[in-house]
Design a protein around this ligand. Sequence first.
Ligand code: COA
Length: 227
Amino acid sequence: MQRPTPKNNFGNGPNAHNLLRADRCPGPASGTAVISHPSAAATRREPPALRRLVLHLDLRAVPLPAATLPLNFSWEAWRDDRALAHAAILFEGFRNGTDARFMRALSTLEGCYDLITATSYHQYFVPEATWMAVHLGSRGTSLPAATIQVIGSLARAARIQNIAVLPEFRGRGIARAMLVRCLRSCRALGYELAELEVTATNTPAVELYRSLGFTLRRVYVHEAEAP
Ligand SMILES: CC(C)(COP(=O)(O)OP(=O)(O)OC[C@H]1O[C@@H](n2cnc3c(N)ncnc32)[C@H](O)[C@@H]1OP(=O)(O)O)[C@@H](O)C(=O)NCCC(=O)NCCS
């Protein structure tokens, strides 16, 4: 049965920062407030288009290491009612980055929520391979820290997308653990190929994917979207 199209209202109060710092992220409230970030594009010279790399990984051929999160982090499986928490990580993760200046959806919390929910409503969405990493605070709080989503296909190819780690949690191996966990889930579900896209100049992400064995399939140019 078709699920209803999700609403993407965010209420008048919260922004992504507050949402992530609340002990529990609330679901979408009524009202509308699009949260835009102060664009650095005006002060920075941007290239006219993004070079996007399409990378592949043969899940049957590569050894995958253990997916171990650092101390005080834990896994959270996909839940529809946590879509906004995933979106807030995505928004904060891409904030002020090149991708957000070229892909309008990434530049607002509302756009990120639409991306996350559109993925989760896709007919081949793979919730079993979609994860959130959560930071467990000393006072029993839990803070959404990292996100990853997957769309499958009949061709046994899993498309990995919406990967982000909050800036304050980077460099601790969270993205590596999350991607490995995701790839292991895909393989266990029978997917033979994993694919993803990355902007060529996104060195941290490109290095992560290369280190796990992803190889270049093709390159394309993404033109800037009209404001
Ligand atoms: C890319 C991103 C997900 C990496 O998250 P992270 O948790 O800091 O990554 P990890 O600590 O797991 O690092 C894994 C590997 O990534 C690479 N890497 C991470 N940060 C790097 C950096 N600053 N420079 C070069 N390589 C880097 C390294 O290969 C690293 O392995 P190593 O620690 O053994 O050297 C994070 O920077 C992010 O959220 N960026 C913004 C959103 C984004 O670009 N998402 C990907 C879109 S395709």
